[in-house]
Design a binder for this molecule. Structure first.
Ligand SMILES: [Zn+2]
Ligand SMILES: [Zn+2]
Length: 237
């Protein structure tokens, strides 16, 4: 009996599903693909004048915040501005478990994600969800993206490196930056054995204030990581 890996089985399952339910664009509902060319053309890359450390819009050097009280991550980068079809794609990924949408998105992003030789991460991880939320949803969309990106970068993915401790109210419900920082400040723990002396890339789906990625980076640094780069599919400016 031939042994099929999970990826092959998943591919067959997706192909069979596509025959029964032809794919439809998650943004405009046109048939043909989970994300159509016309909608992809509307994506706005997260470019412009941005802080070299935290990627906040404004100026092309370091922003005042990074100068005064630098975040724990070395860099934050994002693929697209969180608007138009990107928003629909992220929501499909988040609430419908459509990993088929993640793949083309990560393919679009990959060329822009270039690391200088001395900054290439040793491993890729993702912002973890609380155990309860993950059980309810069945998957973590940040992890889906992290795995896809790691595969393209040919860097190992390790989803066990970061752990959420305790349960925090949802970050999106926090009214401002100070509240967001306080809400997640002690929310993460990192496994020292896996990160000591290593350079880590942390992936999330959407980043807003950067407080969550900062808290993840802080935990990784405390566990001995020497460098923490962070990346999100979309940024909400
Ligand atoms: Zn479309
Ligand atoms: Zn900054």
């Amino acid at each position: 009996m031939p042994a099929f890996d999970r990826r092959t089985l998943r591919h067959w399952r997706d192909t069979a599903l596509d025959l029964v339910f032809p794919p439809q664009c998650v943004a405009c509902r046109r048939g043909g693909a989970h994300l159509c060319e016309a909608c992809i053309a509307e994506f706005v890359p997260a470019a412009g004048s941005r802080c070299q450390r935290c990627w906040t819009l404004g100026r092309a050097s370091l922003c005042d915040r990074c100068r005064d009280d630098a975040p724990a991550f070395d860099t934050r980068r994002a693929g697209f501005v969180f608007q138009t079809a990107v928003r629909d794609a992220v929501l499909a990924l988040k609430y419908q478990g459509m990993s088929s949408v993640g793949s083309p998105l990560v393919a679009l992003i990959r060329p822009a994600l270039v690391f200088p030789a001395e900054e290439v991460p040793d491993l890729v991880s993702a912002v973890p969800m609380s155990g309860a939320r993950r059980r309810r949803r069945g998957y973590n969309q940040a992890e889906v993206l992290g795995r896809l990106l790691a595969r393209r970068l040919q860097i190992p993915f390790d989803g066990e490196v970061l752990r959420r401790v305790g349960a925090q109210p949802q970050q999106a419900r926090q009214p401002n930056l100070a509240a967001r920082q306080a809400n997640v400040r002690y929310a993460f723990r990192a496994a020292a054995g896996q990160v000591r002396g290593r350079s880590v890339l942390v992936v999330d789906d959407v980043t807003t204030s950067g407080a969550t990625l900062d808290a993840c980076a802080r935990a990784l640094r405390e566990a001995g990581a020497i460098r923490v780069a962070t990346w999100a599919l979309a940024i909400e400016d």
